[in-house]
Design a protein around this ligand. Structure first.
Ligand code: MEV
Length: 437
């Protein structure tokens, strides 16, 4: 059967579902009913949600949860989180509560610069462009003035332009690296529009300026796009307390032993990339969940964060820990390019609500809240790993997922939770328990 199709995007939603069913799910009789059962009852809202993407058939649910008791720079936040993995929200909430009685999270934005790149192929000498830099820079800025005016009113715009010669690595390849300040917006559209305009202006500049030879008049823009590596859009979150204040952090472990084991676990993630990736994945469990809840771009945040983790040539933990003069210090530095205006921040009803829950933060404030959530998540994961092991907590949630999957009723669930309190949870063991009970 030929499963190719032309014009799929032109079909109505029902038409797309019918085509899907016929070609890929012929045995599913009620696909239309199933997929439409997840549509929003408000047709206008559903139209808006459909518009976020293309070829939309339905909505895909993820849990929207809340981690309260986040004390950040003296203010208490309840942090909305969207994540499908069990234990993450519970872990963040538990770490937040723990630190709320030990001074909370101290956070600060280190820098907010975002980057864009104009990649071009040009046979001229870079020197020549350097000599004429003030002329073409002024031309680029002037030609893009209508695009940048609004952002400039908000205090942002183009901050810097740097011409980089890559001809030793790739013949005739040059790059214009542009630094932007995009205030409370993530700024992707703004940056890309400005860069595309810069490309046209730069081409026009070399075509028309009498300093260039005929061969030099040919400047080919390869691509114009923001960079998701934003090492200068950076935030720091930290917790600290006297070691003895860690007492009670974990059953059967005294405060000093805990602090030392914890610091050692972080050092291991600084020296071994295999551990570092998992360690940082735990940090991004927290970061991504808030990034998603606030309709920010988690792929951009992840890509930039992991690149930053490898900035000295080896992939390392994003967090660090030390014990100095009897004080336990644990901190995280991570690049976070975020927006609290524009994009889907108003269009997605729960993203809008998330930002309201957080007190309508500026992008800078959101960076700090999210960094604190990442640090809390990392603290909770390491606390489990170096004490009880991760499975104890995970398995409780896993048990509930298995019970739900097997269609257990409330009574069976209660009995299963009791039964498995001191036993290993597995799908087969739970199924056998339900069948016997
Ligand atoms: C699981 O999603 C995250 C952890 O693996 C993180 C870590 O190992 O630090 C628990």
């Amino acid at each position: 059967m030929n499963k190719n199709i032309n014009g799929f995007s032109k079909l109505s939603k029902d038409g797309k579902i019918a085509w899907l069913q016929k070609n890929y799910l012929p045995d599913v009789s009620e696909l239309q009913e199933e997929l439409s059962s997840f549509w929003h009852t408000d047709a206008d809202l559903q139209r808006i949600i459909d518009g976020f993407s293309e070829n939309t058939l339905s909505n895909y649910y993820l849990p929207f949860g809340l981690a309260p008791n986040f004390l950040i720079n003296g203010q208490v936040y309840a942090v909305p989180m969207v994540i499908e993995e069990s234990s993450v929200v519970a872990a963040a909430a538990s770490a937040a509560k723990f630190w709320s009685t030990r001074g909370g999270f101290q956070t600060r934005v280190i820098a907010t610069a975002k980057l864009g790149q104009l990649h071009f192929h040009w046979k001229g000498k870079t020197e020549k462009l350097h000599q004429l830099a003030s002329e073409w820079k002024a031309r680029l800025l002037r030609d893009a003035a209508t695009l940048t005016a609004n952002m400039e009113k908000r205090g942002g715009g183009v901050i810097d332009m740097e011409l980089i010669d890559f001809t030793d690595l790739e013949p005739d390849y040059h790059q214009l690296r542009v630094t932007f300040e995009t205030c409370d917006s993530m700024g992707a559209n703004f940056i890309n529009s400005v860069l595309e305009q810069f490309g046209e202006s730069l081409q026009h500049f070399v075509e028309t300026h009498d300093a260039f030879t005929n061969e030099e008049r040919d400047l080919d823009i390869i691509m114009a796009i923001l960079s998701n590596y934003t090492p200068n859009c950076l935030v720091r979150a930290e917790v600290r307390c006297p070691v003895e204040k860690l007492a009670g952090v974990a059953p059967n472990m005294d405060a000093r032993t805990f602090a030392e084991r914890f610091a050692r676990a972080v050092r291991i993630a600084r020296i071994d990339p295999y551990r570092a990736v998992t360690h940082n994945k735990g940090i991004f469990n927290g970061i991504d969940a808030v990034v998603l809840a606030t309709a920010n771009d988690f792929r951009a945040v992840e890509a930039g964060g992991h690149a930053y983790a490898a900035r000295d040539g080896q992939y390392r933990s994003l967090s660090e820990c030390e014990i100095v003069d009897g004080e336990f210090r644990f901190w995280l530095e991570v690049p976070l390019a975020l927006g609290t205006v524009g994009g889907l921040t108003k269009l997605h009803p729960l993203a809008k609500r998330s930002l309201e829950i957080l007190g309508k933060p500026s992008a800078n404030q959101l960076m700090q809240i999210i960094a604190a959530t990442g640090l809390a998540q990392n603290f909770a994961a390491l606390r489990s790993l170096i004490t009880t092991g991760i499975q104890q907590g995970h398995m409780k949630m896993h048990l509930m997922n298995i019970l739900n999957h097997l269609g257990a009723d409330v009574d069976q669930m209660e009995r299963a939770v009791q039964y498995f309190a001191d036993k290993v949870v597995s799908f087969t063991a739970v199924r056998d328990f339900l069948q016997l009970g």
